[in-house]
Design a binder for this molecule. Structure first.
Ligand code: ACO
Length: 162
């Protein structure tokens, strides 16, 4: 963790008219079509370092009690320094402030580091969408030598203040 770096980051919601950070969003989800679909109905948050967008996450309300992190990404140049952790904690606080009881996230069976990070941050595996990537993406995707086939769903219960 890089405390000095983390203290320099400002996280805020993207304003109307500002362009979504597509390059970052495509790092987390290779389907521009899928991204465009959920951006229309989601809130986009960006992390700024010296006015430059270096991170992003997207929150979508799936039902009255649940908010999903549809996309989360940190620029390559500043990964592994605690920003992903900061984004997860910020998303958690936002979900609590919006009255959600659960924050959920889905990632591939092959995304080993992401599965590690999310579980360490308090998410637990709740289900598997079998062949989600194999069925919905045009080309086979490989990561860490493993085929990206299934979507692993995780959930974090949220403590409500009232
Ligand atoms: N306390 C404990 N552990 C911490 C803390 C803390 N305060 N801060 C960081 N860490 C740890 C993490 O748990 C992890 O542990 P490790 O050091 O033992 O490996 C490590 O620090 C890395 O975490 P971060 O540095 O916070 O993660 P990073 O900034 O690299 O962001 C992310 C993670 C978003 C997955 C990034 O690698 C990325 O953008 N990857 C490409 C896109 C992607 O795959 N996105 C997710 C797809 S799934 C989806 O979008 C729904």
């Amino acid at each position: 963790m890089d405390t000095q770096l983390l203290e320099s980051i400002l996280i805020r919601q993207l304003k109307t008219g500002e362009a979504p950070p597509y390059k970052l969003l495509l790092d987390a989800d290779p389907s521009l079509e899928a991204i465009s679909r959920y951006l229309e109905v989601s809130d986009i948050y960006v992390g700024l370092l010296k006015d430059k967008v270096i991170a992003a996450f997207v929150l979508y309300r799936t039902d009255a009690d649940t908010i999903e992190i549809k996309n989360i990404a940190v620029d390559d140049s500043v990964q592994n320094r605690g920003i992903g952790w900061l984004l997860l904690n910020t998303a958690t606080q936002i979900a609590i402030s919006k009255g959600a009881k659960s924050l959920i996230i889905g990632t591939s069976n092959s995304s080993v580091a992401q599965l590690y990070l999310y579980q360490k941050n308090g998410f637990e595996i709740t289900g598997i969408k079998h062949n989600f990537f194999a069925d919905n993406y045009p080309e086979p995707i490989f990561e860490n030598g493993i085929q990206c086939k299934h979507m692993i769903m995780l959930a974090k219960p949220l403590q409500l203040n009232n």
